[in-house]
Design a protein around this ligand. Structure first.
Ligand SMILES: *Cc1c(COP(=O)(O)O)cnc(C)c1O
Length: 372
């Protein structure tokens, strides 16, 4: 089946390998990567990405849900798979059947797992200051109780940093406090005789900005895909990361729009002078943000084509007046390179008023994923 007919994602697996090597260079030698492949590997395609990571020697992964964990197992992924979020008791069966590690999201949840009757492998979440999930870091007794629950096999302890992407004094101080709180919990557990558990704290920005930390795993997400959350972060970064994903589509039809005519739903664009416009076969159902309506660009034959009118569900319009000989069937690039030009996910995110994490993780099911 031809995969590049309508709209598709190309994955540069060489760049993924390069990014893994960059992270391994940054991190202490005994800290292993535990990539976040949740949300379909940030839109890249979970099975393709996890398999490529496994081939690079990665042996631990994290996902957001049981269903994502099951999908990885069914695609032949071995090793540890940690479910970072809440799992409903009705899905506990899959935790056991597919050998997934569940996060203890708080003290009550630990009791619920303990009282279920089956035996679960878990990592205990610690709230060191984000106040989203985990047992509070200063509730040591409660943490110890969880470690002693007979139906829980605790193989890990983790927390999450919430301002590690920031470089202000306040943000750096807060992150250092979170790190110290986490270290306090691990030391206290060691002191009380608990030894056989892995510790992990850093996501992408924790790795980039606090690479001196020494834990067993680092949960790299967005940056492993060669993408920074915001555009400015790339210039400041300590690593040379290369984007894995390109987002491409086809020109469906080219036509003349005469001076004064509108185009698209709501006729929100109005031609000043005669314009040549092209319809592309990709839209917001594929994950192109509707915020790009009359804003942002795509690349066509190595030139920039501004978006005109509203993004539709399956299509969008661009102005190709200044690009010679655009015709139906030509490629258009929304993220990636064309000729000497490049649009990064960070730029699209900026045009849409969001972060690149949201842009890529919302890329739709309908897009073909092609590994190259
Ligand atoms: C998503 C997630 C990560 C990865 O975050 P990035 O910023 O994308 O690297 C790590 N840990 C937890 C708990 C997460 O939810």
């Amino acid at each position: 089946m031809y995969q590049k007919g309508r709209a598709w994602i190309e994955l540069n697996m060489g760049n993924l390998k390069h990014n893994i090597e960059e992270f391994r260079r940054l991190l202490p030698f005994d800290c292993a990567l535990m990539p976040a492949v949740k949300a379909n590997a940030y839109g890249h395609g979970a099975a393709l990405v996890a398999k490529a990571l496994q081939e690079q020697g990665i042996q631990a992964f994290c996902v957001a849900s049981v269903a994502e964990g099951v999908q990885l197992r069914l695609s032949g992924i071995k090793g540890e798979i940690l479910v970072l979020g809440y799992t409903h008791p009705a899905e506990f069966n899959d935790l056991v059947a597919f050998n997934l590690i569940q996060t203890v999201v708080d003290g009550d949840y630990a009791k619920q797992l303990q009282n279920d009757g089956r035996r679960f492998t878990v990592h205990v979440g610690i709230d060191t200051g984000m106040h989203r999930l985990g047992v509070r870091w200063d509730h040591i007794e409660q943490i110890v109780e969880i470690f002693q629950m007979p139906n829980l096999k605790v193989t890990g302890l983790f927390s999450h940093l919430c301002v590690s992407d920031g470089n202000s004094v306040q943000e750096r101080t807060y992150t250092m406090e979170q790190i110290h709180h986490f270290e306090y919990v691990t030391e206290e557990l060691h002191r009380q005789g608990f030894q056989n558990f892995k510790c992990h704290l850093q996501g992408s920005y924790g790795i980039l900005n606090y690479s001196q930390c020494c834990f067993d795993y680092a949960r790299a997400g967005i940056a492993l895909y060669g993408i920074y959350s915001a555009k400015n972060d790339r210039t400041k970064a300590s690593a040379d990361l290369k984007p894995v994903l390109s987002l491409k589509t086809r020109v469906e039809s080219v036509r003349m729009l005469y001076h004064g005519e509108g185009a698209g739903y709501g006729l929100t664009y109005n031609a000043q002078g005669n314009r040549i416009i092209a319809a592309l076969s990709i839209g917001y159902a594929d994950g192109v943000p509707r915020e790009l309506s009359n804003c942002g660009y795509v690349l066509c034959n190595g030139r920039m084509a501004p978006v005109i009118g509203r993004i539709c569900m399956d299509q969008m319009l661009v102005d190709v007046t200044d690009i010679p000989q655009v015709k139906a069937g030509d490629e258009a690039v929304l993220i990636g390179k064309s000729g000497d030009l490049q649009i990064q996910a960070e730029e699209m995110a900026q045009w849409a008023g969001t972060i690149s994490n949201e842009i890529v993780s919302r890329l739709g099911e309908r897009l073909e994923r092609v590994a190259e």
